[in-house]
Structure formats: C-alpha cells, structure tokens
Design a protein around this ligand. Sequence first.
Ligand SMILES: O=C[C@H](O)COP(=O)(O)O
Length: 317
Amino acid sequence: MEHYREHGDGYGYNPEDERENPNQTSKYDEALHKYNTKLNDDEIAEKTAKLIEKHLEENNTLEVKKFLFNCIDLTTLKCTDSETSVMKFTEKVNEFVDRYPDLKNVAAICVYPNMAEIVNDTLEADDVKIACVSGGFPSSQTFIEVKVAETAMALHAGADEIDIVISVGKFLSGDYEGMCDEIEELKEVCGDKHLKVILETGALGSASNIKKASILSMYCGADFIKTSTGKEKPAATPEAAYVMCQAIKEYFLETGRKVGFKPAGGINSVHDALVYYTIVKELLGEEWLTNERFRLGTSRLANLLLSEIVGSETKFF
Ligand SMILES: O=C[C@H](O)COP(=O)(O)O
C-alpha cells in the first residue's frame, strides 16, 4: 500500500482507518461509486460504431500508420518459443534500425518472463523496451507468492514493463478485495517500472463489468490497462476499448493521473489498429497519442503495417 499513499489515491483512503465491520462499505465499492458503472451494452455498441463510422477514414494516413508501428508491443507468447527463436526475434528488431532508418522502431518486445534475459542480452535497438507477461499469465490462476516471485525475477532479468492479468474469477465472484490486493502487491514489486493490467475483457461478460474492472485496476496502481491476453476469445473488441477509454478519461478527471491503454489480442489488420487509434483519439485526445500511453499488443500486425508504410508486401519480422 505504500506506493499508493505516495501516488495519492485521490479518494482520501487511509489504510489505518480500516475496521473489522461487516457493514462498512469497502474502499473499492466507494471508489466505484464515483463512476457510472451501469452501462447498457447495446448503447455502447451503437456509440462505438458511430464513432468509428464518423472518424476512422480521417485517420487512414501514412503518418498515423507510422505512429501505430511505433506503438507496437511486438509479441511472441508461444509454447514453442525458445532462447534461439526469441534471440532471432530480437535481432530483427535490432536490424530494423539499419533497414528502415527513417522509421521509428516498435515500442517494445513482449515475451514470457523466462525470456527476459535473452532479450536483454540481445537487444541493441534504442528506445525499445522489454515487456514481460507475468503473474501466472494467461489465466492468473496461481499463488500470489508465485506471481510476486515471477514478477521480481522478470524485472531482475531486465524487464522494463510487466503485463499481468487480473484474477478474473475473484472479480466475477465479487471478491474485489482479493483481486485488488494482488494488483497492489504486484505494483509494489514493479516500483517505477510500468505495470500493465490485463482485464481479459472477453471473459467479463458486460460493459459494466469492463468499466468496474478498469476503475479498480487503475485505483490499484495500473500504469496501463490492457484488454486481453490473446489466449481467450473474444479478445480485444472496439466496444471494450470504448468502455476502457471512457474509464481512463473519467479516472483522469477524478484523480489527475493519466493511465495508458493497450488493446491486445486478435489485432490482425491495419484496419483494426486504426479502429483503436480512432477510439483513443476521440475519447482521450492528443495527450494519449504517444507510445507512453498507447500500445498495441500484437503478434501479427507489424508486417502488415510495415507493408502499408513502405508500399509493398514485406515480411521483415
Ligand atoms: O499481449 C499481446 C497478445 O498476447 C497478443 O495476442 P495475438 O497473438 O492475438 O496478437
């Protein structure tokens, strides 16, 4: 909890005030009460579709595609990953600088935590971060002690950023405290390093749940909120992105803290990327159009974007 006192949680919460009173509203319920979490799924779908229809085409430009490329968390999260394959993957990112000197590189390489060291040893490209999934990714179904150890080891091995998944089971059964305690503990382990909190929106079942999970994750110290692991279906959707960006905006207005947004999972086309860009631009504005606050988690998009940027099909990565 130290970390959040330092940050200022914006709700006047003092852990010393906690009392053993079953009738007391939890601090998490109090936090949620500050936001509209009763959302209608059909209305969200309609608003999202209208926003995309109105604004997508104006963002279909070379400059936006170059920007989006520089927001990619270039991901390999396969059971077949090996030190050799991850080393080659990282070497491509190193080579990118010479091959495309006029373009900015991807934002980060995203790997399993046991691959942090090989990426750290291989990576030479400036400004490319090492992101590691952690905390029992992708199910989050393991002991908190294991999550803490895994996260600490990934950071020790060179990770700059950590991507964890909320305890979806705890959230859906109303155990907000159990879910939030874990995020807070893992944020403490991360310290200044960015913590991205994955909601696994496809498993949450409703826009209202996505909004609640977004608010609680930010309240517990998430530096980014991220849609999906890519291991569950549905993965990222425009509607989930709409709700999460709304939550980020409202949380910013309430607390003054700017939390980043990472759509991830199943992003398979340049059109998908433009959709998420459009939602971020319209709901959060220019201040979020930086790879410090906007990332695209994807294992397939880089070559597709690059092909459109350079004007011919390329399979560089
Ligand atoms: O965090 C990123 C995702 O795991 C990537 O998912 P994807 O393989 O569907 O692009």
